[in-house]
Write a protein that binds this ligand. Structure first.
Ligand SMILES: C[S@@+](CC[C@H](N)C(=O)[O-])C[C@H]1O[C@@H](n2cnc3c(N)ncnc32)[C@H](O)[C@@H]1O
Length: 372
């Protein structure tokens, strides 16, 4: 009887070993340990034959080790419907990949896949325009970028990172983090980052490109930035680049910024970028509101209009980035670092950036000692 059970376990484990990459990794670790032991005991070769009971134990132990730190996830995520915190874990969950969180108040279940919790509320959030964008973002992860676009991305990235002034003590929320253009440099600077995006495909792409140590400093969730699964003023920094222009109504933008304010610790700073509506964009014939070829909605903000969204915050600066000044448009990207310096010099001239900017960058602060 016992022998039969053991044989079944052996078959089950070796089948899993063949299939799952995680377990294949564990088997490889077991093999490495055996090889080290063999080398230490003077053996030249080790057998690659069928797994021995000791190795089975090793594989089984590794399988039951939580692949993701459940408690860390539990300490962060709240119910996106009613903000209940902490969430409960489904009974019998051993690792975050096999589990779901559930909300004891509303009874909602939220699955976890590959360590990424899914808080997407399909019925509540699924207004047609938002749902369409989500599907497009799932499908098209990395658009092809020409030299000029790569230059513009780099200019924006540098400006955002400078404005954030992150230190390893900072706890950052990257709202609409996408494939991690900002998330990764922040993690590299030692900050702990919570990344939220409504495209699971983008989050998985981001996660796959992080080293194991970097993964320890990031938590990712699929969620709508208008229903953030987060509570309390826990972030010293919040960053949101190129996302708010896709929220299809002013009320949604206001709601988002209200949530951001509530999550920012007193004295914490927000850095946000959006499309600009400037005389130059108007001359170029770019509509202030419309749809990209993919059908994704966008809204371009005028300077004064954008400033009005930040009534609650202390607005530290609102400046134009990525100035498409005639003459410099084609040359600057070819000049590398010198081109970026020149671009920055242009941006600092307010009349120039007010006229030619393609992007606004807002730096705002939640005043210290303020009520929620
Ligand atoms: C233009 S990309 C910017 C990504 C990233 N912030 C960056 O600067 O590279 C916009 C991102 O916002 C996400 N997004 C748009 N609307 C969202 C919403 N309502 N909730 C969550 N994510 C959203 C998209 O999936 C996409 O990844």
């Amino acid at each position: 009887m016992l022998a039969g059970t053991g044989a079944k376990t052996l078959v089950a484990v070796s089948l899993v070993t063949q299939r799952s990459p995680a377990v294949r990794g564990n088997a490889a670790a077991a093999h490495r340990i055996r090889r080290q032991q063999a080398l230490r005991s003077g053996q030249k070769r080790i057998s690659n034959g069928s797994a021995k009971p000791a190795e089975l134990l090793l594989v089984q132990a590794a399988m039951s080790t939580p692949a993701w730190p459940l408690q860390r996830m539990r300490s962060v995520w709240a119910c996106p419907r009613d903000r209940t915190w902490p969430l409960q874990l489904r009974d019998g969950a051993k690792s975050a990949d096999q589990t779901a969180f559930y909300c004891p108040r509303c009874g909602g279940y939220y699955n976890v896949r590959d360590g990424i919790a899914d808080f997407w509320l399909s019925t509540e959030s699924g207004a047609a325009l938002i749902e369409h964008e989500r599907q497009m973002r799932e499908r098209y992860l990395l658009p092809h970028l020409g030299r000029r676009q790569r230059f513009e991305h780099r200019v924006e990235l540098d400006a955002v990172l400078d404005a954030l002034r992150c230190t390893p003590e900072d706890r950052v929320l990257d709202a609409g983090c996408g494939v991690g253009a900002i998330t990764r440099p922040l993690i590299e600077r030692g900050a702990s980052v919570v990344g939220v995006d409504f495209s699971g495909a983008r989050l998985r792409y981001l996660q796959e490109r992080l080293s194991p140590t970097q993964r320890e400093r990031v938590l990712l969730a699929v969620a709508d930035i208008n229903h953030l699964p987060l509570v309390s003023p826990q972030f010293t920094r919040i960053v949101c680049t190129q996302v708010m222009q896709h929220l299809p109504a002013p009320e949604l933008r206001q709601k988002f910024l209200k949530e951001v304010y509530a999550l920012l610790s007193p004295g914490g700073r927000l850095v946000l970028t959006v499309y600009a509506d400037t005389p130059a964009t108007r001359r170029q014939g770019v509509a202030a509101e419309g749809f990209h070829e993919t059908g994704i909605f966008y809204h371009r903000f005028q300077r004064e209009e954008l400033a009005q969204y930040f009534g609650q915050f202390r607005l530290l600066s609102l400046r134009g980035l990525v100035c498409q000044v005639p003459g410099s448009y084609r040359t600057l990207p070819w000049l590398g670092r010198a081109g970026r310096h020149l671009e920055r010099w242009l941006e600092k001239r307010k009349p120039v950036s007010d006229e030619y900017a393609q992007v606004w960058m807002v730096l705002a602060e939640r005043p210290a000692e303020t009520p929620h």
